[in-house]
Ligand binder design. Structure first.
Ligand code: FE
Length: 167
């Protein structure tokens, strides 16, 4: 163990103990030790998610293009996390990327999502997840439209749509 990992481990341990003792810090998510406000066991997630939602959100699966619920939707409203209901994307920032997945040029708030580097296809991609429950949403690419130039390529199964008319 290097001095640096030792210090990191010590810090994580300290945080864990403090969190337990005070009961005010979010639980440590099991994946890579990142912290999320909403955490559940796989068993608990399976109870509230459909098998497809579980595969996408909890196992970083990808649904088929052009065969998912929201890719062509133009209805005004908000797309919430299918895991924890956090509002993630607005129809205002949705556009037709012709990829077969719902695509957005920005999230509702920078705080709503988190990102990490993904090397699964042996080239660098940026994975996008819900900032509250850590659920995998999709990826973000830099070939989107103005003003951001970003394309958030999101799985429909990770989202629940709330029509503006229902609010
Ligand atoms: Fe979530």
């Amino acid at each position: 163990m290097t001095r640096r990992t030792f210090l990191k481990a010590g810090l994580a341990l300290g945080l864990g103990i403090t969190a337990k003792a005070l009961g005010i810090m979010p639980a440590l998510a099991k994946e890579s030790g990142r912290m999320f406000q909403v955490t559940k066991t796989d068993e608990e997630w399976r109870q509230i998610l459909t098998p497809e939602q579980f595969r996408v959100l909890r196992q970083e699966g990808t649904e088929r293009p052009f065969a998912n619920q929201y890719y062509a939707s133009k209805e005004p409203g908000a797309y919430h996390c299918a895991g924890c209901d956090l509002p993630l994307f607005s129809s205002d920032a949705k556009y037709d990327s012709d990829t077969g997945w719902p695509s957005f040029w920005k999230p509702i708030s920078e705080k709503a999502i988190g990102t990490k580097t993904d090397w699964k296809l042996l080239h660098r991609r940026t994975e996008v997840h819900c900032a509250r429950c850590g659920g995998h949403l999709g990826h973000v690419f830099d070939d989107g439209p103005p003003p951001t130039g970003l394309r958030y390529c999101i799985n429909s199964a990770a989202l629940n749509f709330l029509p503006a008319s229902a609010r």
